[in-house]
Design a protein around this ligand. Structure first.
Ligand SMILES: Nc1ncnc2c1ncn2[C@@H]1O[C@H](COP(=O)(O)OP(=O)(O)OP(=O)(O)O)[C@@H](O)[C@H]1O
Ligand SMILES: [Mg+2]
Length: 475
């Protein structure tokens, strides 16, 4: 029972509504029963008071019996009330009934002291029952004293059949239960739709997550609300987006790696085979073998970079944080690239805010960052270009900038340069020998340090990379 959320919601709400309606209806019904009985008793009391003057006149001989009965009839208003006028001794002196057969039925009968004493003492009594088995059906009895010249001379008893009163109550009951039924049906309809509305996105998420498990990340949940379930659906969709991205990245990564490995391997194989089978004349063999060697170096670089990336991403090799002079590190990297810089006739302009500048970080990893950025700057600079390097301190951070006068990167592509294997227009750009992994490694290292990296680039003007590191006091 109640296996699904929908049935549980409907079931629970249904039981709550049912209990509420039953309790309310029972309470209302009892309340109405009491209310109607009290009202009828009040009416009877008022009738008795109204009749008193006529009884008084009759007792004084100013009114005949026929006229008195007429007043009784008017007071009764077809409610089948039986009226007794009882004398001081407890004998029924006048008996009136709406039906002629019963008119004189109780005349001359004597009431018991118990029935009579309270009233004759001046009290008004209200009773429910057969009035000492005198009536075949239950009646509501009201007894009040009647006075002649302000002295109690007897009692008036009015008996109204309970059956008549119950008739009014039954009408009220019918209305109460009808109202309950209608509100119950309306609540159930509302409840059905609300529960459907609540459970629908959850059912959908359930189905979609099953598809995720099978590797299909295409479907998303339809979101219509802003409540907690709506937020869950938004987060679910966001999770689906990142899963899909991750899956796409994984696929393209595998494709890229295989492609990057295959092309140098194919050319190495071609050159060696050419040398071996004589397609390449022996005089040219050295030239082709050295191209093949270059390709093996490229493969080596690619594999090293892939290993670096996976090491950083796996988090298996935590940063080895030390304190070092970043200016010194920049000098070292520049010295290692001296040959390429002179070959390209690049003008190196260095601006350090102070001679030494101490930072906190993993020295080897930061060296890798500097190497990649300076390598790019040299690679993309034209012959006779400029390589500008700056370091400065702002608050508790050191900023390092590398700038070149290369072709620049367009706005559309600048967001993608951090992706693995991404190279701006690979087919048209001069063969740089890169693999497109450098900047993704740079970004990972900077993020691992909890720092930031920015890029500024203008087409035809050049490109500048700026990254931050946390500063430490010298010494
Ligand atoms: N200084 C720069 N000027 C112009 N374009 C740049 C510059 N630096 C990076 N890029 C663009 O961003 C792409 C990605 O750079 P990244 O360093 O990741 O790869 P790469 O230099 O091509 O290869 P690798 O660094 O693996 O040798 C480059 O291919 C290039 O298109
Ligand atoms: Mg690079």
């Amino acid at each position: 029972m109640f296996k699904s959320l929908f049935s549980r919601l409907v079931g629970t709400y249904f039981i709550i509504i049912l209990i509420t309606i039953i309790v309310l209806s029972v309470l209302l019904s009892t309340f109405f029963e009491d209310f109607i009985f009290t009202r009828r008793a009040e009416e009877l009391k008022r009738e008795a008071i109204d009749l008193n003057p006529y009884i008084e006149m009759y007792a004084m001989g100013l009114l005949d019996e026929w006229n008195l009965y007429n007043y009784f009839k008017v007071a009764d208003r077809y409610k089948n009330t039986t009226i007794w006028i009882v004398d001081e001794m407890g004998y029924i002196w006048i008996s009136y009934s709406s039906s002629d057969e019963e008119m004189d039925k109780w005349k001359e009968q004597k009431l018991t002291a118990e029935e009579f004493m309270q009233v004759i003492k001046g009290h008004t009594i209200v009773k429910e029952g057969k009035f000492g088995e005198r009536f075949p059906v239950p009646v509501l009895t009201v007894g009040t004293p009647f006075k002649v010249n302000d002295k109690i001379r007897g009692a008036i008893f009015l008996h109204s059949p309970v059956q008549e009163i119950k008739g009014t109550i039954r009408e009220t009951y019918k209305n109460i239960w009808l109202a309950s039924l209608i509100s119950g049906i309306l609540s159930i309809i509302l409840l059905f739709f609300t529960s459907k509305h609540i459970s629908k996105p959850l059912i959908e998420m359930n189905q979609i997550s099953r598809e995720f498990a099978k590797g299909n990340f295409k479907r998303r949940v339809d979101i219509h609300t802003k409540d907690e379930i709506g937020q869950l659906a938004v987060n679910f969709n966001a999770m689906a987006d990142s899963l899909e991205n991750l899956e796409n990245m994984r696929r393209s990564f595998v494709a890229n790696v295989s492609h990057e490995l295959r092309s140098p391997l194919t050319s190495i194989r071609g050159y060696i085979q050419g040398v071996l089978d004589g397609t390449i004349p022996p005089a040219q063999s050295n030239k082709y073998l050295s191209i093949a060697l270059d390709e093996t170096q490229r493969l080596n670089k690619l594999i090293n970079e892939l290993l670096d990336l996976s090491q950083i991403e796996s988090g298996q090799f935590p940063l080895n944080i030390t304190k070092f002079d970043i200016n010194e590190l920049i000098r070292r990297v520049l010295i290692s690239q001296e040959e390429r810089i002179t070959d390209k006739d690049i003008d190196v302009i260095i601006t350090f805010q102070s001679l030494s500048c101490y930072v906190q970080g993993d020295r080897d990893r930061i060296q890798q960052v500097l190497y990649n950025l300076i390598d790019n700057a040299i690679k993309f600079n034209p012959k006779g270009g400029k390589l500008i390097i700056e370091t400065w301190r702002h608050d508790d951070r050191i900023f390092i900038k590398t700038e070149d006068r290369g072709p620049g990167i367009s706005k559309e592509e600048i967001v993608r340069i951090w992706e693995r294997f991404y190279q701006v227009d690979k087919s048209r750009s001069p063969k740089t020998g890169g693999t497109g992994l450098g900047l993704s490694i740079v970004k990972k290292i900077i993020e691992e340090h909890g720092q930031e990296i920015w890029v500024n680039s203008e087409i035809g003007e050049g490109t500048a990379f700026i990254f931050s590191l946390s500063a430490v006091a010298e010494g």
